[in-house]
Design a protein around this ligand. Structure first.
Ligand SMILES: *Cc1c(COP(=O)(O)O)cnc(C)c1O
Length: 354
C-alpha cells in the first residue's frame, strides 16, 4: 500500500519504531520533560514568540479549530471574517455558527483565486478576527499570507490560521507574518498518526481570550495551567507524543527544518514536471502548496479513477467532494515518498486513463 493522501500520510520507520517498545505512563517527570522538549522544538519551527504558548489536545484537527473558536471569540464582542474557499473554510463558518459568533465569509467560486479585491469590501467594518485555512486542502489553493497579514494589520484583526496542511510543508512563521493563532495537527505535515492537534497562541491571542468557552473539555484555561508543568488536564495521546519526539529527532538528523522543506518542495516539483510531461493536467488556477497537486482528470471520472487506483494498485490518493468530485484528484507529496513512487503513480494513472 502507498498513501499519496494528505493525512494520514505514508509514515516513516522512526515513528513505527515507537510501537515496538512499551509506551510509558504519562503523569511522570519523564513524560513532562518529553513534552517540554517537543513543544520547545515545535515552537521554534512555527516561529512562536517569547510570550506565546503552545497547547495540544487528544483530538483531530477539527477539535483544535473548534477549541479556538470557543475560547477566543465571544458572541457579544466579536465579529469574524472567514476565507471560505472550500470545505475547510465552510467548516470554520459552521463552527462559528454553532458557537453563535457573528461572522461574514469571503466565499470563492470553484477555481477562483483569492485576491486583494475580495478583502477590500470588508476593510474598516469593525471585524475583530480573520479565520483562514491557509492551505485550503479541499482544492489545493495556498492563500497569500503576506496579503492576509497586511489586511489584518491595517484593520486590527486577530489573525487565526488553520495551518494544518501547510505547516511542515511550506515555509511558515508566526512572528514574521504577525499570526496570532496557529492550528495544526499530527497526521498532516508532521507525518504522525492521527489523533493529536495543537494550538499556538501569541501574547495578543492570549489577551484576546474572551470566548464563553461553553465546552469544558477544551477549556484553554485548564490546558494553560497544566502546561506550566508540561502536563494536560486529561489523558493525552501518549504514543503520538513519542512519535513526535522520534519525528523531530529524525528531521534534525536529516539537516533540520529548512532541508526538510526543501526535500518536500523538490518531490512536489518532480511530480508536477513528470505529470505534465506525461500529459496529465495540473490545476494552475491558483497558487499551490507543496503539500499536494490537484490533477484535473478531464473526461475521465475522477472518482472511478480513485477507486481503481486503490483496488488495482493499492495506491491511495485523495478524491474531491462537491463540484470537483468527478473532475479532480489530489496527490499528496508529504510523508515517506520518493520520486520513484511518483513515477509509479503517474504510470498507473496513465494506464488507467488510456
Ligand atoms: C485535515 C484538515 C483539517 C482537520 O481535519 P481533521 O479530520 O479534523 O483532522 C482542518 N483543516 C484543514 C485545512 C485540513 O487539511
Amino acid at each position: 500500500m502507498k498513501l499519496f493522501t494528505v493525512g494520514p500520510v505514508e509514515s516513516y520507520p522512526c515513528t513505527r519504531e515507537v510501537y515496538r517498545k512499551d509506551i510509558p505512563y504519562f503523569r511522570t517527570a519523564e513524560y513532562s520533560s518529553l513534552v517540554e522538549s517537543c513543544m520547545r522544538r515545535l515552537g521554534g519551527y512555527i516561529g512562536l514568540e517569547e510570550g506565546g504558548r503552545l497547547l495540544y489536545f487528544a483530538a483531530s484537527g477539527t477539535g483544535a479549530m473548534e477549541a479556538t473558536v470557543d475560547n477566543l471569540l465571544s458572541p457579544e464582542e466579536d465579529n469574524a471574517l472567514v476565507i471560505n474557499g472550500g470545505s475547510f473554510g465552510a467548516r470554520f463558518c459552521q463552527l462559528l455558527q454553532h458557537h453563535e459568533i457573528p461572522h461574514s465569509a469571503v466565499t470563492l467560486g470553484v477555481g477562483e483565486a483569492l485576491r486583494e479585491s475580495h478583502l477590500l469590501p470588508f476593510a474598516g467594518r469593525g471585524y475583530t478576527a480573520l479565520l483562514v485555512n491557509l492551505h485550503e486542502t479541499s482544492t489545493g489553493q495556498l492563500y497569500d499570507i503576506e496579503m492576509l497579514s497586511r489586511f489584518c494589520r491595517e484593520n486590527n484583526l486577530l489573525l487565526i490560521v488553520d495551518a494544518i496542511s501547510t505547516f511542515m510543508v511550506d515555509p511558515y512563521d508566526m512572528q514574521r507574518y504577525g499570526i496570532d493563532v496557529t492550528i495544526f495537527s499530527s497526521q498532516k505535515g508532521l507525518c504522525l498518526s492521527a489523533g493529536m492537534s495543537f494550538v499556538a497562541l501569541s501574547a495578543r491571542a492570549l489577551a484576546h481570550r474572551r470566548g464563553r468557552c461553553r465546552c469544558s473539555y477544551f477549556n484553554f484555561g485548564d490546558y494553560l495551567t497544566n502546561m506550566e508543568r508540561w502536563q494536560t488536564p486529561y489523558t493525552p495521546a501518549v504514543a503520538i507524543m513519542h512519535e513526535l519526539d522520534a519525528m523531530l529527532t529524525y528531521i534534525e538528523e536529516q539537516g533540520g527544518l529548512e532541508s526538510w522543506l526543501e526535500g518536500i518542495r523538490k518531490r512536489c516539483q518532480y511530480f508536477r514536471k513528470q505529470a505534465e510531461a506525461a500529459g496529465l493536467a495540473v490545476c494552475r488556477d491558483y497558487p499551490l502548496s507543496n503539500m499536494l497537486t490537484p490533477l484535473l482528470t478531464g473526461s475521465v471520472d475522477a472518482h472511478q479513477l480513485f477507486l481503481r487506483l486503490s483496488r488495482e494498485y493499492d495506491f491511495y490518493v485523495n478524491p474531491c467532494g462537491g463540484a470537483l468530485a468527478h473532475s479532480m484528484l489530489r496527490i499528496s507529496h508529504a510523508g515517506n515518498l520518493t520520486n520513484a513512487d511518483a513515477d509509479a503513480l503517474i504510470a498507473a494513472i496513465k494506464t488507467l486513463t488510456r
